[in-house]
Write a protein that binds this ligand. Structure first.
Ligand SMILES: [Mg+2]
Length: 237
């Protein structure tokens, strides 16, 4: 009866949150080296700016901008810097991220089984489309999924319904024919439920990052291993 699986990307398919800080460290070190600053001090400034950018741009994909993090951090240091250092640092950040991506156990195998059973799959993720595709590719998941949709395409991030309705339209399925899986109660679970999609929480025993619970959101199901999603489609492991 369910024909499609909608998947969040970060902390659902790939272990992202633990990698963000490492990538920030790596790119901050590059900037600190270049302008002869103390590495740990500059990293702390960058970390603070990272939090600020996320807070200052809620609901739009600017929230994910790393170039603004480096600009704000360098501005605070009051040193004269080459503008080219900004995109350089951003590239270094995302290259580090992509080179160190780890996929959760069982994801590849499970997506392969879903494909065999002709279940349509789409990644539904906040941020820019280019980076979503690159992350998916680097994680080795591109051959296993049918589509990728990014909030950039609809302006507003999850839980706003536009990205979910775009996905349903493009996959050619109704809300009640789809299942959403994510790690964020507010964005993934509530967002999907608002358009009639059954929504489950991914809460792995290791390296999980469940977030966004405001005390009122109830997931339709919770899984602790990725392969458990097969049960929702009536597929035996
Ligand atoms: Mg996520």
């Amino acid at each position: 009866m369910f024909k499609a699986l909608l998947l969040d990307l970060d902390d659902t398919l790939i272990k992202s949150s633990q990698l963000y800080e490492k990538a920030l460290h790596f790119a901050s070190d590059y900037i600190a080296d270049k302008y002869a600053m103390d590495k740990e001090m500059f990293f702390q400034v960058a970390l603070e700016k990272d939090t600020l950018v996320r807070r200052n741009f809620p609901t739009v994909h600017t929230r994910h901008s790393r170039i603004l993090v480096f600009r704000n951090a360098l501005d605070e240091m009051e040193i004269k810097y080459d503008l080219s250092s900004l995109p350089d640092a951003e590239d270094i950040y995302w290259n580090y991220f992509r080179q160190n991506i780890e996929v959760y156990d069982g994801v590849l195998e499970t997506l392969a089984v879903l494909k065999k059973h002709k279940i349509k799959t789409a990644i539904v993720s906040d941020g820019g489309l280019s980076l979503r595709i690159r992350k998916t590719q680097q994680a080795g998941l591109l051959p296993f999924i049918d589509e990728i949709f990014a909030s950039e395409e609809v302006i507003f991030e999850k839980p706003f319904s536009a990205i979910f309705t775009l996905t349903l339209n493009r996959l050619g399925v109704e809300g009640n024919e789809a299942i959403m899986l994510g790690n964020n109660y507010k964005n993934d679970i509530r967002g999907a439920q608002l358009v009639g999609i059954r929504a489950g929480l991914f809460d792995p025993k290791k390296d999980g990052n469940v977030e966004g619970q405001d005390g009122t959101i109830v997931a339709d199901f919770v899984i602790h291993e990725f392969s458990e999603i097969l049960k929702e489609f009536g597929i035996k492991k």
